[in-house]
Structure formats: C-alpha cells, structure tokens
Design a protein around this ligand. Sequence first.
Ligand code: ADP
Ligand code: MG
Length: 327
Amino acid sequence: MSLGEFELIERFFRRPTPRAVVGPGDDCAVLAPRPGMQLAVSTDMLVEGRHFLSTVDPHSLGHKALAVNLSDLAACGAQPLGFTLALSLPHAEAHWLEGFAQGLLALADAHGCELIGGDTTSGPLNICITVFGEVPTQGALLRSGARAGDQLWVSGQLGDARLALETIRGHAATAQVSLQTCRHAMERPTPRVALGLALRGVASSAIDLSDGLVGDLTHILNRSQVSALVHADALPRSDTLAAQPLPLQRLCTLAGGDDYELLFTAPPQRQAQVLAAGHHAGVPVTCIGVIEHRDAHLQPGLRLTDAHGAPIVGPWIAFDHFRPPSP
Ligand code: ADP
Ligand code: MG
C-alpha cells in the first residue's frame, strides 16, 4: 500500500532536533544562532535528468543532495546548523525513501546538521534543500576578498566526477575498477566543511567548485576585481585521470564540474596556516597559482600555463543551465 504524505514524513524524515528551538511539525522551524554569530543560508536543487541519472541509487542521491548544500556552507566558513528538505516525488515508495533518507541523514548526523522542516508533494523527482549555518559576525569567507599577490589554492583532487560522466557517455575509456572510484567522486562528494572552518581568518576569499574551476574562479576574479595566473597542468588529479590523454585531463580539471572542492586565496605569508588548515581538516591543499592585478585589457584576466610556463588557450566553458555547450 502506498504511503500518505504525513505518514511518510513521520516515518522517514521526523527526527529529534535537540539544537533547534522548534523543529519539524509546526508552521515554521525556529533557529537560534549563538550570540556574535550570523546565519549563512544557501539553497540547491537537484532535478532528475539534469543533476543526476535516473539510475543513481537513492542512498547516494540523499547523500549528494545534502553534500552540495553543505559544500556552500563550507565555502563560506560556516558551521552547519540545520536544513529544510522540499521533496517532489513521483511515488511514495518505501524502499526508495528508506535508502534516500539513510544517505541524507547519515551525512546530516556526521555534520550535526538537523532536518528542521520541509515540504513534500507528488510530482517529478526534484529535491530542494536549504541549509542554515553560523559564522562569526563579519567573518564569512566571500568571493570578493582576493587581492593581488595572494596565492591561489585548491583542496583535494579535481576532475574525477567529470571523468566518470565522460566515461558513462562513452567519450572516455576508463577501467571498470577506476570508474568505480570516479563514480564515487561524482555520486558521493565530500563537502569540505572542516576545511572551510579552519580557513576562517586565514583565506581572503573562497568558493566551492561546482561548475568547473575556470568558471568558478572567474566568479572570484570578477567579485574581487583581480586577475589570476594558474598552472593548469599542476592541478591536483587522481592517477586514473593522469593516465588519460592531456586534452581530456584539461577538460576534466579545468571545466569538470561536480568537484565540490574548495578554491580559495590567501596572502603568501599565511602559507603555513593554509597548510595547517588542510592538515587539520585531513584534506591535501595545493597552491595552483597566484592572484594578479587586473589589467583592463585582459578581462577577466585568467591566464593558464602548461608545465613549461607556455600559455594554454581553450574554450573552457563553465556549466550553465541555459547555455548548453554545443555538441
Ligand atoms: P504547511 O502546510 O504548514 O506548510 P506541511 O503540511 O507542508 O506544513 O508540513 C507539515 C510539517 O512537516 C512542517 O513542519 C514541515 O516543515 C514538515 N515537513 C514537510 N515535509 C518534510 C520533509 N520532507 N522533511 C522534514 N519535514 C517536513
Ligand atoms: Mg503552515
């Protein structure tokens, strides 16, 4: 027998919320950021066929739906507090909901992020999460703080999620066992929350990589009114990706999308603090370039160089929902 709306909320999504003043079950949830803290809020929507394949398992989908939102909090240096879940479902199917809720709530528990409310309707599969976090007053990491002379850093490795997608589409050949690792990167990204927290007061700007490095870096450059020089062939990548042809490596690392690593800047005198933040958070951080003064003739002034310092040119298209790349 199919489940009713309130039955399914009660069974799969109703959890104790000791930190929220009011949790699910009333017209609003109520949160109380601690004194001296500000609320950081972000929303991300996942649409079937657009953001995930219909074959993805529900546990991974639950994980990813929250992970991409936590990644935005991480980029601001915010500590997760809670989230709302707006869910549109074609069917109230218990087995699917069980897996989805488990994937979602395991990640939520790992970050002490409480499910404080939501909305549930029938319709095409669509998952919209809003996360709430706290940051010290005026202490959020922003895209606008990069300054000429800052070093440019990235966490983790780039490009595996895109390599999985290219392989699934038949545009790349990846051995089965390596494909599993890449698929894991695509379906179960790790939001860099601990790194974002450790970079408070250290990084001058930050963004999380969801649409590809070139596109996301351009957001920092435009908001900060600066340029950058990036050593493109020194971008950190897995051995699996490093075994692919160089043009594919560049596509995946520069315009990959779905990396959910942090890209950030910091003055060079804070290099030791940046490395300590990465160590503390358990994720490698790599210096990939430098921020430069913006030259009016070089808008937006992103220069990419290869291993020999020679310029690389290419149409590195950032993902844009309303401007699909030509086939
Ligand atoms: P309203 O009609 O007042 O907007 P709803 O009937 O939609 O409230 O929801 C009832 C309660 O259940 C609300 O507190 C809402 O936050 C919560 N809720 C609905 N869907 C979900 C969900 N998917 N996860 C968690 N809580 C939910
Ligand atoms: Mg209401």
